[in-house]
Write a protein that binds this ligand. Structure first.
Ligand SMILES: [Zn+2]
Length: 310
């Protein structure tokens, strides 16, 4: 076979393989606005991802390292369910305004999937007669957040809650501790849409401040058993289903790489400060958030390996 012919075949394979006919094109895998051709004016962004199911992405983070914080809302004849609010009353107010553009039904349920402030500090901007639902592991954090714009939950779950709202089935699921300890998923079984909150970030280094690094990977494995077709991340762009499925695998791999590297350093007897000096996370050190979250992650994994997390 001539070199040219080989090249043509490879080129043809590359053209055909990543995106099959009829599916949306691939995108640059990044959290960077400029690399994707976005400007600040393109946000907040609302996308319809299934029948009366929408995502809302607002920008957060310092200038130069802006990324999206994501919410999902599900419209039914009886009410609107929201998965995760935003980090300020202003941004959650914008989310409520977007909901009002597509439905006049009351916002009946707010699911607190991540108890971190960047997803809860705007909860006072939701109608306060909505039912706020959280996991029992999140109660203490939400109690603290109630003083800074957060809202105390009305209902606490330990395992799962199956809701039927306006003939729509919605499952609130706990698969184990991950990014916060009280990590909840919202699953729409008919549409096979899974809102993953901060268990999954799109092409962004994981936040470890209150994480359970070893359990996190198992939590992701259990969520995979749902066979969802669309995995909506807590941060990073809401891309098409193929991209997000690939990035879910990549994200899980990055958690494993970080865990394995830190476990190696721990086993070799390095102190945590020495481990922070030496740790090599390969390509993931270039991901957004790696510089700040890497050292936090190393301390957290050391604590977990030492049996200091409970
Ligand atoms: Zn967050």
């Amino acid at each position: 076979m001539t070199g040219t012919k080989t090249f043509r075949l490879i080129a043809l394979a590359l053209l055909c393989s990543p995106v099959s006919a009829g599916q949306p094109p691939d995108v640059v895998r990044t959290t960077s606005l400029s690399q994707r051709g976005f400007t600040e004016k393109d946000f907040p962004r609302v996308q319809q991802v299934a029948d009366r199911v929408y995502t809302f992405e607002a920008l957060t983070g310092p200038p130069g390292d802006r990324y999206t914080t994501n919410s999902m809302f599900v419209v039914t004849d009886d009410g609107v369910l929201v998965a995760d609010g935003q980090g300020s009353p202003e941004d959650t107010g914008r989310l409520v305004a977007e909901i009002r553009k597509v439905s006049d039904r009351p916002i009946s349920h707010v699911i607190i999937c991540s108890d971190h402030g960047d997803h809860t500090n705007g909860n006072s901007a939701f109608p306060q007669d909505a039912k706020f639902i959280a996991h029992s592991n999140s109660v203490a954090a939400l109690e603290v957040a109630a003083d800074t714009g957060g809202v105390r939950p009305d209902a606490i779950i330990d395992d799962r809650l199956d809701l039927t709202i306006g003939n729509r089935e919605v499952q609130i699921l706990f698969f184990g501790r991950a990014h916060t300890g009280g990590d909840l998923f919202v699953y729409l079984p008919e549409e096979k849409v899974l809102f993953t909150s901060e268990v999954f970030l799109n092409h962004m280094f994981s936040g470890y401040r209150t994480a359970f690094p070893r359990e996190w990977i198992d939590t992701m494995s259990r969520a995979e058993e749902l066979d969802a077709v669309l995995l909506i991340p807590g941060h990073g762009f809401v891309d098409n289903a193929d991209v997000l499925a690939a990035e879910w695998i990549e994200y899980k791999h990055h958690l494993q790489v970080v865990l394995d590297e830190v476990t190696r350093l721990h086993t070799e007897g390095w102190s945590v400060d020495e481990a922070i000096e030496q740790a090599d996370f390969g390509k993931y050190r270039k991901w957004s958030g790696a510089d700040s979250e890497g050292p936090i992650g190393i301390r957290r994994i050391y604590a977990e390996l030492n049996g200091d997390l409970n």
